[in-house]
Ligand binder design. Structure first.
Ligand SMILES: [Zn+2]
Ligand SMILES: [Zn+2]
Length: 358
């Protein structure tokens, strides 16, 4: 006797994944498992779950087996619980409400690194979008392909931003920042003294994306524990498409060649550390990144993390891509009060200063 029907739970998960527009293979995994397990006598199902032999059946993997075991124990499967967080909400309305609640953008590039426009053009576009601030986060020195800023150039940029801020409309500010490379040992690629001066520090992995799991996990944990880090940028490094939606590009072969799998790391350990150290997990809005994937956003949410819905804009028009990130956040049930760029500039900067002081 159990309180739940594991097959119904698997079918429900498949339905909710479909509703959230998840990849077909993921939906199918739950449906096939439901079909395979639904054909077994209840006693055999229980016996296999007890002895850990569910995964010997074709179409049943670790994730589906865990759901069945939880269900048979009378618990709502964790996977199902995460999906149910958005049950009954109007997702379009939730996404728009979140977009409206955003007051700024914490990840943007200018032509000082690999962006296409001067800082002032980015700032003026942000003003027109109704933002109260934009954090300028050009790349760090080791990212040479992106013309990462040396310490000297970053110092000059800080002086330049201070001057620009004097001329910008009242009620809008460019906040200083960096997208600093997380190096192989987890340290951050910029002078300590400069990182301490910046308003907001986004840290991202751009190299060694295929590091093996334990190494990548150590690397990310070290970065998250660094008191200067405020936001963990595009944490899996995946590329789901080589070009933004609606943009014509190379043919299929080239397209595939430029997509990139997620980096392998212990997401639960990294998100637990983010929650502990108060580091926000970025929801990167770029259509070709969509990083992290929704299943990881849900896990970060359960871990208690804060988020930042950022565009990673390299041109003024891309500053309007936040709605893509908001849609993904809404699909995962991320509430506005967990998103740091719904805060005003003073609160955001105060929060970031709090990290450096810990
Ligand atoms: Zn990046
Ligand atoms: Zn970036």
């Amino acid at each position: 006797m159990t309180a739940r029907d594991p097959i119904a739970d698997l079918r429900r998960i498949a339905f909710l994944l479909e509703r959230a527009n998840e990849a077909t293979y993921r939906v199918r995994a739950f449906r096939s498992a439901a079909t395979a397990l639904g054909a077994l006598p209840a006693r055999e199902l229980a016996e296999r779950a007890r002895t850990g032999k569910l995964t010997e059946l074709p179409g049943v993997g670790d994730v589906t087996a865990r759901c069945v075991a939880e269900s048979l124990a009378g618990e709502e499967p964790v996977y199902l619980r995460r999906l149910l967080a958005t049950e009954g909400t109007d997702l379009d309305a939730a996404a728009s409400a979140l977009r409206t609640a955003l007051r700024g953008d914490c990840h943007t590039h200018s032509d000082w690194s690999d962006g296409g426009s001067p800082i002032e053009e980015m700032a003026l576009a942000a003003v027109e979008l109704g933002h109260e601030y934009v954090v300028l986060t050009d790349h760090s020195p080791r990212l040479k392909v992106a013309r990462g800023l040396t310490a000297d150039r970053l110092r000059r940029q800080l002086d330049h931003v201070a001057k620009l801020n004097e001329a910008l409309p009242e009620g809008f500010r460019i906040l200083t920042g960096i997208e600093v490379d997380i190096l192989a040992d987890g340290s951050l690629d910029q002078d300590e003294e400069l990182l301490a001066r910046l308003d907001v520090v986004v840290g991202s992995v751009h190299s060694g994306l295929n590091d093996e799991r334990a190494k990548m996990t150590r690397r990310m944990l070290a970065a998250v524990a660094n008191p200067h880090l405020d936001i963990l940028g595009h944490c899996t490094g995946r590329m789901v498409s080589s070009r933004p939606a609606g943009v014509k590009g190379p043919g299929d072969r080239a397209h595939r060649a430029r997509t990139r799998a997620e980096s392998d790391f212990d997401a639960d350990a990294v998100f637990a550390a983010c929650a502990e150290h108060g580091v926000a997990v970025e929801i990167n809005s770029r259509p070709e990144r969509q990083d992290p994937p929704k299943r990881l956003i849900r896990r970060a949410l359960e871990a208690g993390c804060h988020f930042a819905v950022n565009t990673d804009a390299h041109a003024p028009g891309q500053l309007d891509w936040q709605r893509f990130g908001c849609e993904r956040a809404a699909l995962c049930g991320v509430p506005a009060d967990r998103v740091v760029n719904t805060w005003d500039a003073d609160r955001l900067v105060g929060w970031a200063r709090g990290h450096a002081a810990r």
